[in-house]
Unconditional design. Sequence first.
Length: 296
Amino acid sequence: MAKRPLTPRESELIATALFVVGHVPYVGHIDRLESITLRDIADDYLSGKNSVTDAVEALDQYIFVRRHRFKNVTPNNLWTLDDKTEQEALRYIVRRPELKKGETLNKQNQPFTVGQDIEFKVDKQLDRGQFRIYIGKLNGYTVKAQSKDKDKLKTVKGWITHLDRKDRLVFVNISEFGREPIEPEAKARLEAMSAGLLGWFATATLPSEAEAQTAKQMIATLQRRDQPYWFTLTVAMDHPKPEHVKRWGTVVNLLVKASAGDTTALETLEAQEDKYFKDAFLRALRALHKELTKTT
């Protein structure tokens, strides 16, 4: 049976391991990594904050908490990989562009992006309950919009709220609900919450109960899209993936319990803190905090 190819994250892990044991330079490898955690480990070693032993231990822990993501590389074989596997990983990494810490690789070009303003010709109109559905075609995608007004329209203008690339569907909102500014009161709560959660990541200091509750409400807003600023919030968090948001909901629920004094929830958090797309959560919170604290 052929060996399965390395995943992008396995290649990043191998490049970091080779750097900390002195086999590859930092430049050309670590500055092409997407993983914030791996770059933290490499930076701490480069700055002298951590020794080789500390870095090795951190990498083993990184694999342990994310063990379901690593099929080719486990804690017991990371340090005894064959030369062919190591070269495969390095070839994969050096082909990438350099990334600033926290940046992600550009994905393939798509004809549409969420939030984009579009106009389409209506081919079909259906009445469903209290809504009229408008359906058309654009760039090989089926485009759908709905309105309570039930006007007969030949063309529809709106903005894209959701893309289903698999079924080639585009969903359009013809009102501004979702793109409205975040209210000052909600903005202040979100700013305090993002600072509290970033502090928890940095120092393991639990956020306050109010901050944890705000984080729970934020996750609910991203999932339910029931607030007039849901898309404004999504943009501020740099468009997190729905599957990531779902996993973050689990940890935020634990944070709510832990901040209220639940020791079992705290122990679960400490044991599983890296199992919920930590890098993506960090990126989103940093982007949100930066956006909320911008001076105009």
